[in-house]
Every structure is written in structure tokens, then in C-alpha cells.
Design a protein around this ligand. Structure first.
Ligand code: CDT
Length: 311
């Protein structure tokens, strides 16, 4: 019997700085209802799905920073989303800023089962950007200021009849992310992203090149690990800053099977046959047969480049 998971990639259009959590959750519930009408099994929401992409703002007042974080999940504002998903019997993945009881701050994603129970949590490992105000940039990207690197590694879970993993935005650009998930037999990777449409340090790197790099990362990650991959954007002009779109569902061959057409709230749906991951996993990417780990030591032993000495 084929293992088909009908996935809805629930793209968010822009969320303005003054938009309330309640208003945003109402938008997410509308997407969830649309997914239920299409008989979806899983809805994937974006990174930091409840607020504007606040790391673009330089803040020094910790209380102001903490206002963007959730101290509990579900929170009062998100409880209606959890309740509606359970009522529909739909699993979902949600990204948000997490403030733990002992004062740690993470860029987090959770996977919630059809029964409303938490299946798993992931905290973003690869935090892009910088910690201090950078006047050289055309806009700020202060994830390193507001978040700690995730402390949970890259776990996977048995869910929806398969093996599901998560990562977040910048993680998709790192082959290490994909391979660690792949080494656990991942069959579907869900991720959200907030990617500025232009490079703050290189004005001529615009939407076309950024979309190319996004596709390249997604398609390579899916193909090289023979997994489905679902990437969900928050996009459009947010607080005057353009975020690129590019919500997509990629099959285990690396082909894009469904893609968003807008820069607004939009549902992108595809039937993901988890058994389609088998061929690649049993042939060209049969890791047990083909990987040569005796040559990969540097990957986990060294972070930066060590070039050969000059003559
Ligand atoms: N949210 C996120 O991780 N965005 C980054 C921007 C990179 S530029 C600092 C991304 O990789 O898309």
C-alpha cells in the first residue's frame, strides 16, 4: 500500500510589525481550513510564522526583544490554531521564536500530530547574519543577536507513516543539515524561510539569483538524500523590506512538483509518496554501501577553511 502524505505548504504573505498574533493566527487558520478542504494530512507553516521577521530590527531593550518571543506553546494566541488542527485531524509544523523558562532564546519549529500532541521540536542550528549593528549593510539581519544556536541537533521522528525531519531557512543552504537528516532515513523534510529578496551586502544580488540559490539548495538536498522536501516562505514586502517567495515541494529526484505563484498567503499542495524515496536510498544514495567515512573526518572536526601552507 503506497504511503501517500498529502502536504500543504502554507505560504505566508508579509506580516507587518504592528499586526497582532491573533490576526496572524486567523490567517494561519484560514490556510489550515483550506488545507482541510483539500484533504491534506500535513500543513507546513513558515519560519517565525507569528510575527514580522523582527531580526531585521536592531533592538537594545530586552523587553522589546522578548515581546517577539513565545513563552509557551500553545500560547493563548495560538491555542485556536492547535484546536482547529485537531478538529480537522491535520498534523502541522509551525515556526516561532521560543523563550524557554530558563531564559534561552531559539528560532524554533515544532511538529504537531493529527491528535494535537507535540511530536517533535527543532531549534535552528545555522543562524545567519550578525550580532551587532552593522552600518555597512543596507538592512540588518540580527539572528545571531537574538537567538542561540539550536541545542537539539537535527532529529527525525516517525510520523505520518514515515520518517519526518525539520530544519529552518538558512539550514537549507548547508549540505551537513541534509546529510545528518538523510543518515537517519528521512523521507520528508519540512522547513520555513524568511529570505530577503536582495543581499544586504551585495546590491546586485537580487531576487533572480536568490531564487536560483534557494532552488539549488532545495533540489540538491532532496536529491542527494532521496527525500521529499517542503520549503515554505514568508514573502512579499514586510515593513518596507522585500522577502522572496519560492514556496515549493520537491520530490526525491530533486524535481520541483509544486510551487507558489504569488507573494501572499497561498497553499501549495502535493501528494508525497514516501515510497518514492526508496529507489534513491537503495541505489545511488545507498549510504551504507557507498559512503567513505574514512575520508570525511574534516566535516565534523573543523569549522573554517584550512588551506595548504604557502610555498
Ligand atoms: N531567515 C534566514 O535564515 N534567512 C537567511 C538569510 C541569509 S542572509 C543573512 C537565508 O539563508 O535565507
Amino acid at each position: 500500500m503506497p504511503r501517500i502524505v498529502r502536504v500543504a505548504a502554507a505560504q505566508s504573505g508579509p506580516i507587518q510589525r504592528n499586526e497582532s498574533r491573533q490576526a496572524v493566527v486567523a490567517r494561519l487558520i484560514a490556510l489550515l481550513d483550506a488545507a482541510a478542504a483539500k484533504m491534506c494530512d500535513l500543513v507546513v507553516f513558515t519560519e517565525l510564522a507569528l510575527t514580522t521577521f523582527f531580526p531585521r530590527w536592531y533592538m537594545t531593550d530586552q523587553a522589546e526583544v522578548d515581546a517577539w518571543f513565545e513563552r509557551e506553546m500553545p500560547s493563548a494566541a495560538t491555542a485556536p490554531l492547535f484546536a482547529r488542527a485537531k478538529q480537522h485531524g491535520i498534523a502541522f509544523k509551525l515556526g516561532y521564536a521560543e523563550l524557554t523558562p530558563d531564559g534561552h532564546r531559539y528560532n524554533t519549529a515544532i511538529l504537531v500530530g493529527r491528535d494535537g500532541r507535540l511530536i517533535g521540536k527543532y531549534r535552528k542550528v545555522h543562524l545567519p547574519g550578525h550580532s551587532d549593528y552593522d552600518p555597512q549593510r543596507s538592512f540588518q539581519h540580527l539572528e545571531k543577536r537574538y537567538f542561540e544556536p539550536g541545542d537539539l541537533g537535527f532529529p527525525v521522528w516517525r510520523a505520518l507513516g514515515g520518517v519526518v525531519g525539520m530544519c529552518i531557512c538558512n539550514d537549507r543552504r548547508w549540505p551537513e543539515t541534509w546529510r545528518v537528516l538523510g543518515l537517519q532515513g528521512v523521507e520528508l523534510v519540512a522547513l520555513g524561510f524568511n529570505t530577503p529578496a536582495v543581499n544586504s551586502q551585495k546590491a546586485d544580488e537580487g531576487p533572480a539569483q536568490r531564487a536560483f540559490q534557494h532552488r539549488l539548495s532545495m533540489q540538491a538536498g532532496a536529491y542527494q538524500n532521496s527525500t521529499w522536501a517542503v520549503a515554505v516562505a514568508k514573502c512579499g514586502v514586510e515593513d518596507g523590506h522585500p522577502l522572496m517567495g519560492g514556496t515549493m515541494i520537491v520530490d526525491p529526484n530533486g524535481e520541483i512538483v509544486a510551487e507558489a505563484a504569488t507573494l501572499d498567503d497561498e497553499l501549495v499542495v502535493a501528494d508525497c509518496d514516501l515510497d518514492a524515496t526508496r529507489f534513491g536510498k537503495e541505489t545511488v544514495f545507498d549510504f551504507a554501501r557507498h559512503r567513505r567515512i574514512e575520508h570525511y573526518g574534516r566535516i565534523a572536526a573543523q569549522a573554517g577553511v584550512v588551506a595548504p601552507p604557502q610555498d
